[in-house]
Design a binder for this molecule. Structure first.
Ligand SMILES: [Zn+2]
Length: 411
């Protein structure tokens, strides 16, 4: 990965190159910022620049043996640690090396990938991803070796907030007493959840969001084929994250597919010829929750109450915890957008067409009298899901709260 492969972040790239040219590379750094802005790509490009034999002031050379191996993410002095699921059998724990092929594919082909996409790539079960304690021994071994061919050994850790205790202690020790010529880069969307003792010993490197123009360029670079107008719309909704933009595109596609299949099914009499529907989108789940909660609270419709139970069980069954957290974060954003819509400030509105269609009737239910409580309740649900509390209970409890929220009159 060379700096020139990465769109945007020009100022940051310049500052990173200067640390190498001026020989002041901090041994432990934290690249942080929102999901899907290219932090991992920057970390890899930076490490490659550090190891390149013929770097120029602008970039790594791209052709020396170190660069060539970096480009395939196969350099013997480049090590990755990332959250995984434990597939180990008979008491033997999985380690990151077991998932290296998938990880390379994710970084080289998909380029922008979040924990929920990564989870879906490596496991069909909806398990929570963690950096397992067993990784500590691996790291110990890898980092104690002399570097093979580059000056530096690099360890890149994705989502360090997911480390189990033993691994966290190992990392802390490495950061406190770093072997010579070692570069450790932590890459995180959620630095608040990293252990304070680790955080305080790393140099923070903030990776900013991209401009709408840059997001559009990244989408094109990623092979997205859309009209100028569509690109601009998605880039606008993305809030500077390529990953968010890709998720919007996927949800749009899912929604289109769903309505096509629904129509075909309607015209098919024979039940066995009906096709299975693609999964619901985040917006579908949002609409279901709000409709049913409103029906229970305002129309005393108890069938809707059963539907809410089904709603929470479906999500708990079909989504990983990371996906559930993404879903509730999406709810928070959409609630905020509806509030803004309700107080009529369309110029700062970030909804897409289907979201806005729903908001036309729904936005009036989100107002100064309930917005804060709603946000608190969503935050609480996110925290509980992250802490492994039973998801279907958390979600049903959330749904019951919404019955009351949607009854509350604006004060
Ligand atoms: Zn090179």
């Amino acid at each position: 990965m060379q700096f020139r492969d990465i769109i945007g972040h020009d100022d940051l790239k310049r500052r990173l190159r200067l640390t190498v040219l001026e020989n002041r590379v901090a041994h432990a750094q934290l690249f942080y910022g929102v999901e899907g802005v290219g932090k991992m790509r920057l970390a890899i490009a930076y490490a490659q620049y550090v190891c390149c034999e013929h770097r120029t002031p602008d970039d790594s050379c791209g052709t020396c043996p170190n660069c060539l191996q970096f480009q395939r993410l196969e350099h013997p002095d480049l090590h990755f640690v990332f959250p995984i699921v434990n597939k180990g059998q008979s008491g033997k724990s999985s380690v990151c090396d077991d998932f290296m092929a998938e990880f390379r594919e994710a970084q080289l082909q998909r380029k922008y990938i979040g924990l929920s996409e990564w989870g879906a790539m490596i496991s069909r079960e909806q398990k929570h991803l963690t950096i397992l304690s067993a990784e500590a021994a691996q790291i110990n071994h890898k980092m104690s070796l002399k570097s093979y061919q580059a000056d530096y050994k690099t360890l890149i850790i994705w989502a360090p907030e997911r480390m189990q205790t033993e691994m966290a202690n190992k990392l802390l020790k490495l950061i406190e007493e770093p072997p010579e010529k070692t570069l450790i880069i932590l890459v995180s969307d959620d630095p608040k959840s990293i252990l304070g003792t680790i955080l305080s010993r790393t140099q923070p490197v903030h990776v900013d969001t991209l401009t709408e123009e840059q997001v559009a360029q990244c989408l094109v670079q990623n092979g997205v084929n859309m009209t100028e107008d569509e690109l601009r719309r998605v880039a606008h909704l993305s809030r500077g994250s390529v990953l968010t933009a890709l998720r919007i595109i996927e949800a749009d596609e899912q929604r289109k597919q769903r309505s096509i299949i629904e129509q075909q099914n309607m015209m098919t009499d024979n039940a066995k010829d009906k096709q299975a529907l693609p999964p619901l989108t985040d917006l579908d789940y949002f609409v279901q929750l709000m409709r049913q909660a409103w029906l229970v609270g305002n129309k005393k419709n108890y069938d809707a109450l059963r539907q809410l139970k089904t709603w929470s069980e479906d999500i708990a069954k079909n989504m990983s915890r990371d996906q559930q957290i993404n879903l509730l974060t999406y709810f928070e954003n959409l609630i905020r957008e509806n509030y803004v819509y309700n107080v009529r400030q369309p110029q700062i509105n970030y909804m897409d067409k289907p979201e806005e269609d729903f908001a036309k009737n729904f936005a009036r239910f989100i107002h100064a009298g309930n917005i804060e409580q709603i946000n608190n309740e969503l935050d609480l649900a996110i925290r509980h899901i992250a802490q492994n509390v039973n998801s279907s209970m958390v979600l049903f409890d959330l749904a019951l709260h919404f019955i009351l929220f949607l009854k509350a009159k604006e004060s």
